[in-house]
Design a protein around this ligand. Structure first.
Ligand code: ZN
Length: 294
């Protein structure tokens, strides 16, 4: 259920932010001291005085919501719709009546605030890459590709504005990871698979050459399927889980056509967050999303 009360009232959203932010007690955002006292209010937001550095702050200070003329409930609605309903920023800017620039800046800042996923692989792990269109400045991909006739099918490159995104599906833990990269070489792949608990991690890949060195390494057991050889699923050895996740990733990125490749990480972390709150009720989902950006 959508938490409409939060989006409809400035004081309800202020309470919600307060609850999420200070769940472990109020600490000064400047000096981290917990010697704070309540000190009036700033609009709907509680204000505090730090007894150590003698400065005041409020519930919004130091969050991604600080210093905005736009009401917090509008930002919370935007983040909610962005994560839950995969709404385009262009649509959201109309809904809450802000400029394109304001919307992008705030949503992208919330993406920057998200932590990188920490991989803790158990295995077997399906790994594969997809290539998404993301230019330097964005927008340009709304045009037809000029070099369509010459385009190399399948694999793209970061420099060619089709950066690789690795999809990992850990069957041991049920976790999925979506990680953008600059290259699809051996060292990138090793780095991705480095955080594992197993002595020999079982990795399922396709026939891409960059995965070959894993075979000579005792730290890995590599098995692969060669697409196009009619050999799609060899019982356990398949990359179907990651393939369905890859199509979800594409669908997630599709309303945001024109993302610059420098911003891809933020959008993919938001996608990861979206998955975390997928089954949560509306209010919990919103709280989880706010907490993730703090
Ligand atoms: Zn302080």
């Amino acid at each position: 259920m959508i938490p409409l009360d939060v989006f409809g009232s400035e004081s309800v959203e202020a309470d919600l932010l307060q609850q999420v932010r200070w769940r472990d007690g109020v600490t000064c955002p400047r000096c981290r001291s917990d010697r704070t006292v309540r000190n009036g209010s700033y609009r709907e937001f509680q204000r505090y005085l730090c007894k150590d550095c003698d400065r005041t702050f409020n519930d919004k200070t130091g969050t991604i919501f600080a210093h905005s003329k736009v009401a917090l409930r509008r930002w919370l609605f935007s983040i909610y719709a962005f994560l839950r309903f995969n709404t385009s920023l262009r649509q959201l800017q109309c809904e809450i009546e802000v400029t394109h620039k304001t919307m992008h800046r705030r949503i992208e800042r919330s993406g920057e605030a998200l932590d990188a996923p920490s991989l803790d692989l158990v295995g077997p792990v399906e790994i594969d890459e997809v290539y998404v269109s993301a230019g330097k400045k964005g927008r340009e991909r709304d045009q037809e590709s000029r070099s369509r006739g010459l385009s190399t099918r399948g694999r793209g490159t970061y420099d060619g504005d089709k950066p690789p995104v690795f999809i990992l599906a850990d069957r041991g833990t049920g976790q999925r990871y979506v990680i953008p990269a600059k290259a699809t070489d051996e060292s990138t792949i090793r780095l991705l698979l480095a955080d594992c608990q197993e002595e020999s991690l079982t990795v399922y890949t396709d026939g891409f050459r960059a995965y070959e060195p894993l075979e000579a390494d005792d730290a890995f057991t590599r098995e692969y399927v060669v697409h196009g050889d009619g050999e799609y699923a060899d019982e356990e050895v398949h990359v179907n889980t990651r393939e369905s996740h890859a199509s979800l990733t594409r669908r997630w990125l599709s309303p945001h056509r024109g993302i610059s490749k420098d911003k891809l990480t933020q959008y993919l972390r938001a996608f990861q967050l979206r998955r975390e709150l997928y089954r949560k009720p509306g209010r919990d989902a919103l709280k989880h999303a706010i907490r993730a950006t703090l």
